[in-house]
Design a protein around this ligand. Sequence first.
Ligand SMILES: Nc1ncnc2c1ncn2[C@@H]1O[C@H](COP(=O)(O)OP(=O)(O)O)[C@@H](O)[C@H]1O
Ligand SMILES: [Mg+2]
Length: 235
Amino acid sequence: MQVLNKKELQQFIKKHQVICGTEERPALMLTPDNQIVKAFYRRKRFSRSTFLPQAKRFVANCRKLLERNVRGPVAREVIYCPDIPVHMVVYERLEGQDLRELCAETDSDCLDILPDYLASLHSKGIYFRAIHLGNVLFGADDLAIIDVSDLRAYNSPLGIFQRARNLAHLLNTKDDKSYFVSYGVSRFVQRYERCAEFSGFRRFLFRNRLRLRLDSDVLDELAKQSNLEGTSDTN
Ligand SMILES: Nc1ncnc2c1ncn2[C@@H]1O[C@H](COP(=O)(O)OP(=O)(O)O)[C@@H](O)[C@H]1O
Ligand SMILES: [Mg+2]
């Protein structure tokens, strides 16, 4: 880990392009050789990040994703400036565009590959807490996750309840709801269930747990579309 004082940090920032945040408090920067520098500021005087900085979790999670063959950031270096205090992680920029931008620029059919991808993350034991369309990149014919400081990597596939909670979190995201509605909430859920190879009682359990976790407006969409398709979402 490289340690910089405040003056050195200012010089470091000057050499980079700030893409998120301000020169005084950059959140995301681009290096001249196309790497990303993400800053993690300590939020409270004493918080979880005092003992286990988010940056360290980010780096550890990058490694866990790599071990499981999941495309994600590859961390190169951690920089620490105790005067602020801030940790910064330098990682490779991935080719592609996030799905939220892609939905806005094209249409929601670009979500077609997401249920399959999510089911495969879950089967690899990845519980990505920060899942939303802005944290999934599409590029090089594949998806990747970014913003990975908040995830758990288990050594076995996720259970049904964890899967339902994670999928509900994705579908409930305020900024993304309209894209899921236009894609079809029921279409999305059914696709996930197919990819996860749920049938019979497992599907029944999954659906029930999902319903408990969905916001009422998303739940209404799920029911409405299931009725239109002439399918029952109770079995
Ligand atoms: N490794 C990466 N490759 C390409 N683009 C990235 C990468 N990391 C971040 N970005 C871009 O920067 C945006 C914000 O990054 P993110 O890590 O999600 O920060 P925030 O904490 O602001 O959500 C993403 O939505 C994406 O467009
Ligand atoms: Mg993000």
